[in-house]
Structure formats: C-alpha cells, structure tokens
Design a protein around this ligand. Structure first.
Ligand code: SAH
Length: 285
C-alpha cells in the first residue's frame, strides 16, 4: 500500500476490516497530526470527518477511500450525533476500515466519548488515537504556555456552549473564576458577553490578560491580546470569529516573550520576564 513515508520503528497497530478508529487530526497544521493517525488514514477505506479537519490532511487518505462529511456548523443540526454514530456502525458492519477523523483530540469537547459508547453498545471493535487539542497546541502556536511555574499550577478547559448551543448553564463560573488561575475556553465567541460577564461578576479583575486565538496553527492564525474587561469590544472591533480559543489568565503575558511565530517573522520580544518568574539568565554570574 502506498505510504507517505516508511513507518519502520513505529509499532503500527492492526487495522482489520470492520474496525473503527477515532482519530484526532490536531488543531489545523497537518504536521501536528500523529503518526499513528496518519497510518490509519492511509489504510482506511471509509473516512468520516468533521468541519475543522484540514483539506491537506484529507489529501493523505488512500486514493480509493470514501470520504464522508459529518460536520456540524454553528450548532445547526445538520448531521445529528446519533446519525453519525449509526453511520460508523453501519460502515463497520459492512466490513470497512473506518476512520472517524475529528479536529483536535476526539475526547476534548469532540463527542468522541459518545461515539465510542455507541460502538461499544454495537459490539464494534475500535481504537482511539488522541490528537493535539486546540486549547493546548493552538495556544502553543500563539506563544502561550497553558501552565507556567509560579503563575499557574492548574488550568481549566471550559466549553462556551452546552448541548443545545446555549451558554453553558451547568458551569459554576464563581468557582472557576476564583479557583482556576487559567481558563481555556473552547467555542466561546458566540456567548462571549455572557461568559466574560460571568467571570467578571465572580470577582476576577477586569485587567486580567486575555488572548483570543483564531484559526490557531493555520496559515491564517490571528491572535488578539486584550483584557477581561475589553475582550467583548475588542473581538468585535477586530472582527475575530470562530474557530477561536480564548485563554484567560496571567500566563497570557508570556506571549510578550515567546511569540515565536512573530519572532520568526522578524519581530522582537516585547518583554523578557513579564511575570517576574524567569530563572537567572545563563550568562548571569
Ligand atoms: N476536539 C477539539 C475541539 C472541538 S470543539 C479539540 O480538541 O481541539 C470546537 C472548538 O475547538 C472551536 O469552537 C474552537 O474553540 C476550538 N478550535 C478547534 N480548532 C481550532 C483552531 N484551529 N483555532 C482555534 N480554535 C480551535
């Protein structure tokens, strides 16, 4: 079988007919997909993919593979979750090698758990290949480490939508705003006024740094640095849209030092130690 490179040295798992792989495609940049995911994509004869999966990743599929779009856009019930799970089961029972390709990591706000549950119920063999989640890798491309010693020893991943597409009702913003030094919010653009308002109402300082990273890891990535008090107006002013990851917390200041993508384009670091936490420079006596 045609392969983009030799997988020797990697323990490539078996992919027999009738099996489903839930594969994370990563946040966008095709280079961030795992080798195991790629090995599955090369062998699959049916690929069911989501809206946020990059075309260049899909182009790595086997030339004879059948491609099916199962994306949901903007909360519209275009492809119901139940229908997607049933389709995976149907394809597997027809003896296909099925890759269910999802943006980021399948188990991070990706409903991969529900699909796995349906496969278990149906008695279909499956495997999970994790991916780089946008809330970690996407922020990494923006030069923001989700944890930084001395500033945050915890980080919370939050969704800005609940099942119905409304602002999530089950989240205790009071507790999160107080207890979690860094909040990484997925799907936050639509309900941003409510979300930022809830975090402010819970007592978080309006001057808290916030980053909005749109199209993270893609060629058209945009990063907005703002504050909790200003984020709604700034997102509007700069026309930021989905998909975007929002990071709230002091750690956002680290971008002033480690915006490596900007520095590769010739920008200078704006600060060297914005959190006052740097180890002594290597040349210090
Ligand atoms: N399973 C995915 C998340 C799916 S939910 C993961 O682990 O990353 C979809 C949300 O993920 C989007 O609304 C957005 O908040 C975020 N997201 C996914 N890809 C992104 C990207 N390239 N840039 C910014 N945000 C992204």
């Amino acid at each position: 079988m045609q392969q983009p490179f030799d997988f020797t040295g990697m323990d490539v798992p078996e992919f027999p007919a009738g099996m489903v792989w839930l594969v994370g495609a990563g946040p966008g940049d095709p280079g961030l997909m795992t080798l195991q995911g790629l090995s599955a994509l090369r062998r699959a004869d049916a690929i069911v993919y989501d809206a946020l999966v990059d075309e260049r990743i899909l182009a790595w599929r086997h030339p004879d593979a059948n491609l099916e779009y199962a994306g949901k856009r903007g909360g519209k019930p275009s492809a119901k979750q139940r229908d997607i799970s049933l389709r995976l089961i149907e394809l597997a029972r027809a003896g296909r090698r099925v890759v269910r390709l999802k943006g980021g990591d399948p188990f991070v706000f990706g409903r991969g758990g529900e699909e796995a549950q349906a496969l278990v119920r149906a008695g279909v063999a499956f495997r999970v290949t994790p991916g780089i989640s946008a809330g970690i890798g996407g922020l990494g491309y923006a030069g923001i480490p989700v944890t930084h010693r001395d500033v945050n020893q915890a980080v919370t991943f939050v969704t800005g939508h609940d099942q119905s597409g409304d602002a999530p009702s089950a989240i205790d913003w009071q507790a999160l705003a107080k207890g979690s030094p860094v909040l990484v919010i997925y799907m936050a653009i639509k309900h941003l006024p409510q979300i930022s308002g809830a975090i402010l109402a819970a007592g978080r300082d309006g001057a808290t740094p916030v980053a909005v990273v749109q199209n993270a890891t893609r060629p058209d990535m945009r990063v907005l640095e703002t504050t909790l008090a200003e984020v709604v107006a700034d997102v509007e002013r700069h026309g930021m849209g989905s998909p975007a990851i929002i990071c709230v917390g002091e750690v956002v200041r680290m971008r002033q030092v480690i915006d490596w993508a900007g520095q590769l384009e010739g920008e200078k670091p704006r600060a060297l130690d914005p959190l006052g936490s740097a180890p002594p420079a290597a040349d210090a006596s």
